[in-house]
Write a protein of this length. Sequence first.
Length: 66
Amino acid sequence: MNWDTIKGNWKQMAGSVKEQWGKLAEDDMTMIEGRREQLVGQIQERYGIAKDDADAQVKAWEDRHR
């Protein structure tokens, strides 16, 4: 699944994102609006991890939802 599809279906995908990263608040989900870089940034901030680690987590999540 590419990010255009994820962005287009963000309301449906948000549930899966919240399952994976439970520390993300509803406000975060609204701010992200299906944008990959915003998701990576919020994961990095909420979990206190490096950008590369957050990016790797998002990549793994993407791969599971193809």
